[in-house]
Write a protein that binds this ligand. Structure first.
Ligand SMILES: [Ca+2]
Length: 386
């Protein structure tokens, strides 16, 4: 199925109209003027008709690989044409939060054509009730995948349709980070390093374990684990100056966090959180007091963060090295100015508009957003034309 596509001016006008109201309300003070300069952007609709798109990755020629949670991978051209489904994508468990999730390119993609997919992998057929997050890599050959190999499986597989993570991010040293979740019904297991529940994983691109992983010499631990005590991590990015991994994770009722996961460290879930359990049972706020790592930032009430980008492009010089986070429940895009290890300021963009599942930077320096809808869209943020 292919779509041809033209600009949806109604959506465009709605969003720019909301921005106009925001801009008008910002004209009151000199401080607000500086903010006005930074929020002066247009939103263009690049493509629509994607079913709950989840992750995207830019090919060197400017086309975009986009996953749909139902289990399809598509390629979108820079002018918004959507390909038919790429063939040979692995079968996925498509229930609740499960399905085909993130996509990433090998750092050496131009030479080896390797792409990486994360997904909820069922036991047996896709109709099963037991699943966990897995990562496969394959060569992209035209509109199909070949030589597909599963390089990681979250162990154990469990019931439940929640908290699969997952984002795929390559570190500057060439290792692959995979962010996972606690699978919903098994939150206590996020404290156990003899399984992969609630962990961040670090492997080589072929699935083998780097010798300097923190638990390789602990024969009671899974050697792929980088850090643990995480709830469900749907955003990850490498800080452009420090080269460190930053992640965010969903809290329960409140307490969504940003963490900079360090090797072997415990981020406290489910024993420490700035949120409360859905049952309204309180959780101890204090991470450090209980021996866990404190988040560097948190949101209460929850925004349900998804997707994470450090902006390094040239189109928005005022936003360089800022951190962008999409939100689902929040229905806005968050812009954070940050230092090497702190969040300094927060601004909400596109308030009360759509559920934003992923945020990426294109080779053109524009910011691209995926919306979480049946009629999922790719939106493009560009500086307002003079
Ligand atoms: Ca925590």
């Amino acid at each position: 199925m292919a779509y041809s596509f033209s600009l949806n001016t109604r959506l465009h006008n709605t969003i720019t109209g909301l921005l106009a109201v925001l801009l008008y309300s910002c004209l009151l003070t000199p401080a607000a003027y500086a903010q006005r300069i930074q929020t002066d952007f247009d939103v263009k609709l690049l493509a629509r008709g994607l079913s709950h798109p989840w992750g995207m990755a830019f090919l060197p020629d400017g086309r975009i690989l986009v996953t749909e949670r139902v289990g399809r991978l598509r390629i979108v051209t820079p002018d918004g044409r959507i390909s038919g489904p790429v063939s040979n994508v692995p079968a996925v468990y498509h229930k609740k939060q499960g399905g085909l999730l993130d996509v990433a390119l090998d750092p050496d993609f131009a030479a080896n054509r390797l792409v990486y997919l994360s997904y909820a992998e069922p036991v047996g057929t896709s109709d099963g009730t037991i699943a966990s997050t897995a990562v496969a890599r394959a060569e992209l050959d035209g509109n199909s995948l070949k030589n597909l190999k599963v390089i990681f499986r979250q162990n154990p597989k469990t019931d439940g349709g929640q908290h699969f993570g997952s984002r795929l991010v390559f570190a500057p040293d060439g290792n692959l980070f995979i962010t996972l979740g606690d699978r919903g019904n098994y939150k206590e297991e996020a404290q156990n390093i003899d399984n992969h529940i609630g962990a961040i994983i670090r492997i080589r691109p072929d699935g083998s374990v780097p010798e300097d992983n923190p638990f390789v010499k602990n024969n009671k631990a899974k050697p792929e684990i980088w850090s643990y005590g995480h709830r469900s991590v749907q955003g990850a990015a490498i800080h452009p100056k420090t080269g460190e991994l930053w992640i965010h994770e969903h809290g329960p009722r409140g307490g969504d966090e940003i963490n900079i996961p360090e090797p072997g460290k415990n981020y406290g879930w489910p024993n420490a959180s700035y949120g409360t359990h859905y049952s309204m049972i309180p959780i101890k706020d204090e991470h450090a007091e209980q021996g866990y790592e404190e988040p560097i930032y948190y949101w209460t009430p929850s925004v349900a963060p998804s997707g994470m980008l450090f902006y390094t492009g040239g189109l928005f010089p005022g936003w360089r090295n800022n951190l962008f986070v999409g939100t689902l429940a929040g229905q806005h895009l968050i812009r954070l100015s940050v230092s090497s290890d702190k969040v300094l300021t927060e601004e909400q963009l596109l308030k009360n508009t759509l559920r934003f599942r992923d945020v990426e930077q294109g080779p053109d320096g524009a910011i691209y957003l995926l919306t979480d809808e049946n009629d999922g869209k790719i939106l493009k943020l560009l500086p307002t034309a003079e």
